[in-house]
Write a protein that binds this ligand. Structure first.
Ligand SMILES: O=C(O)COP(=O)(O)O
Ligand SMILES: [Mg+2]
Length: 225
């Protein structure tokens, strides 16, 4: 790792990028459905509903289980109670800790920009002992706008010291929503391919794709050249 390269803000998506949280989300969804008398949903189906925030996830669930719209609010509240501290089934992807450590050691300011609500975001960052690595955390409820609107990523970059008139930073994510968000802000996007993306890698605009976090520090160094 070239420790002389200029620092650049590096912002990460969370679900499907740094952490594999779908098993906890799946368990919390199904516990909520069962408690309300609905049949559970498959893991793959729930995984496909992650990426645009919990309201969107529950709109999809309601559609799949023909849940009347006037029941969704209650179900969502029950889900949030379970989701708030759901970390038992969540894993950090291999190599994430080492990559974050290398980037932090090189002086890059690090942030999070996620469509996950702040409660479970903080809980999972604390659970894995990585909250202190991130100078900025922008979650789904931090601003009125959510990804793919570029406002949350713009704020994360600006809070990490990027010039808001000309964002200079890198976004690392796993999904269609992340690719659109980075494109809307005109910042380089690095795509982690083991997350919850639905489309083919080639279908998503990205500067580089990687399936192993050991490759990330070098990819970021190349983008600085
Ligand atoms: O929880 C979601 O729906 C998405 O979360 P992410 O933005 O961290 O992928
Ligand atoms: Mg994601």
């Amino acid at each position: 790792m070239n420790v002389c390269m200029a620092p650049v803000p590096v912002v990460f998506d969370l679900d499907g990028t740094l952490i594999d949280s779908a098993p906890d989300i799946h368990a919390a969804v199904n516990a909520t459905l069962r408690a309300a008398g609905y049949a559970p949903l498959s893991f793959d189906m729930i995984k496909g509903f992650i990426g645009q925030g919990v309201a969107h996830t529950w709109t999809q669930i309601a559609h799949a289980r023909a849940i009347p719209s006037d029941r969704i609010e209650d179900l969502l509240a029950g889900f949030m109670t379970r989701y708030h501290s759901a970390t038992a089934l969540t894993r950090i992807y291999p190599g994430v800790l080492e990559a974050l450590g290398a980037l932090a050691d090189a002086g890059h300011p690090l942030g999070i920009c996620t469509n996950k609500p702040m409660g479970p975001t903080r809980a999972v960052l604390d659970h894995f002992g990585i909250a202190g690595l991130f100078a900025v955390v922008i979650a789904a409820d931090s601003l009125p706008e959510r990804k793919p609107d570029p406002a949350p990523l713009r704020k994360a970059m600006a809070d990490l010291g990027a010039d808001p008139r000309k964002p200079q930073g890198i976004y690392v994510g796993d999904s269609e929503v992340d690719a659109q968000t980075a494109m809307a802000l005109d910042v380089p996007f690095l795509l982690y391919t083991r997350g919850y993306r639905k489309a083919a890698v080639e279908a998503l605009p990205h500067h580089a794709a990687f399936d192993d976090f050991a490759a990330l520090p070098a990819l970021i160094e190349q983008l600085r050249d």
